[in-house]
Design a protein around this ligand. Structure first.
Ligand code: AMP
Length: 284
C-alpha cells in the first residue's frame, strides 16, 4: 500500500520504523503531473531503496511568473496512481503552508552555477527556490539518496553543489532524459502545446542533434556549432532564450569543446517555455 502523507510530522513517524529496521530511504522530488520521465526516476529509486518517497509539491517560490504557476497542471489522483505503479511507497503531498509556515525566512542561494541560463532568464529567485525546497525536502525525508532528471541539467548541477557544500548525507543520482517517440523531451508543460507548436518544438531536439553530429564529426568551435543549431531553430521560427555549450559542472560557457560538455537550449514555443540538452562526450 502506498501511503499519501501531507505533514512533516506524519512523514517522520512513517519513516522512523523503516529506519529502525535499517531500511534505505530514497526521495524523488517532483511537482506532480507525473509522466514517463518521472516514472524512470521512481523505478530507479525503487530498484535501489526499500522506501521510496515521491514528493508532489508545486513549489511556488521557484516560479518567476504567476501565470506559469497558475497554469501548472495538477492531478493528484493520477499522480498517486502513477507513482504507486512505479514503486513509490510514500507520496508526500504537503500544502504550501506546511512547507512555508508563517515566519518562514530562510533562502539558500548557490552562487556561480545557478547564475547563467535558467538563472538569468527565469531570475535568481528560481534556483534560490529550487535549492531551498530541495534542501528542505531532503531534510524532511532524511533521504539516503535522491533522484533527479538530466532534462533539468542545470538544476542537477545546482543540487550537486548544494549537497556537497552543505555536507548533506544524501547521494545525488541522475537519470537520462525520457523522450517521446519523435525525440521531444517529456515535460508536464508539453500538454499545453497546440499541435502545430508541438511539431515546431521538435526542432529544439533537432538542433541539439545537429550539433551532436557535427561534434562527433570533429567540430570543436562552440560558435560554429551554435550557428548550426540556430539555423535549425530559425527554420521553425523559434528564437532561443539561450543556446549554449557549457561545462557540465560549472555551467560556464565553453569556446572550444575539448572535454565533456553539455549543449543546452531554452525557448518559448507557442507560449510554453521548453528546455532540453544533450551531452557532448569527450572524444579523442
Ligand atoms: P518536475 O516535476 O518537472 O519538477 O520534475 C521532477 C523531476 O523529474 C526532476 O528531477 C526532473 O528533472 C525530472 N524529469 C522531468 N522530465 C523528465 C524527463 N523527460 N526525463 C527524465 N527526467 C525528467
Amino acid at each position: 500500500m502506498t501511503a499519501v502523507i501531507r505533514t512533516v510530522a506524519e512523514l517522520r513517524a512513517h519513516l522512523s520504523s523503516a529506519r529502525a529496521a535499517a531500511k534505505s530511504v530514497g526521495l524523488v522530488p517532483t511537482m506532480g503531473a507525473l509522466h514517463e520521465g518521472h516514472l524512470h526516476l521512481i523505478r530507479e529509486a525503487a530498484a535501489q531503496c526499500d522506501e521510496v518517497v515521491v514528493s508532489v509539491f508545486v513549489n511556488p517560490t521557484q516560479f518567476n511568473s504567476p501565470d506559469d504557476l497558475s497554469k501548472y497542471p495538477r492531478n493528484e489522483d493520477h499522480d498517486v496512481e502513477a507513482a504507486a505503479a512505479g514503486g513509490a511507497t510514500v507520496i508526500f503531498a504537503p500544502a504550501a503552508s506546511e512547507v512555508y509556515p508563517a515566519g518562514f525566512s530562510t533562502s539558500i542561494r548557490v552562487l556561480g552555477v545557478s547564475e547563467r541560463w535558467e538563472g538569468a532568464t527565469r531570475g535568481a529567485n528560481h534556483f534560490d527556490g529550487v535549492a531551498t525546497v530541495v534542501a528542505k525536502l531532503l531534510s524532511m525525508v532524511g533521504a539516503d539518496a535522491a533522484w533527479f532528471g538530466e532534462k533539468d541539467a542545470q538544476q542537477v548541477a545546482v543540487v550537486r553543489r548544494l549537497a556537497e557544500d552543505l555536507n548533506m548525507p544524501t547521494a545525488v543520482h541522475t537519470v537520462p532524459t525520457a523522450r517521446a517517440d519523435d525525440g521531444i523531451a517529456l515535460s508536464s508543460r508539453n500538454a499545453r502545446l497546440a499541435p502545430n507548436d508541438r511539431a515546431r518544438a521538435l526542432s529544439l531536439y533537432e538542433s541539439l542533434n545537429v550539433v551532436s553530429r557535427a561534434h562527433r564529426a570533429g567540430e570543436r568551435d562552440a560558435e560554429v556549432l551554435i550557428t548550426h543549431a540556430q539555423k535549425i531553430l530559425r527554420a521553425s521560427s523559434i528564437e532561443a532564450e539561450y543556446w549554449a555549450i557549457v561545462d557540465p559542472d560549472t555551467f560556464e560557457p565553453l569556446e572550444r569543446v575539448d572535454s565533456e560538455a553539455l549543449a543546452i537550449v531554452a525557448a518559448v514555443v507557442g507560449g510554453v517555455r521548453l528546455i532540453d540538452n544533450v551531452r557532448l562526450p569527450a572524444q579523442r
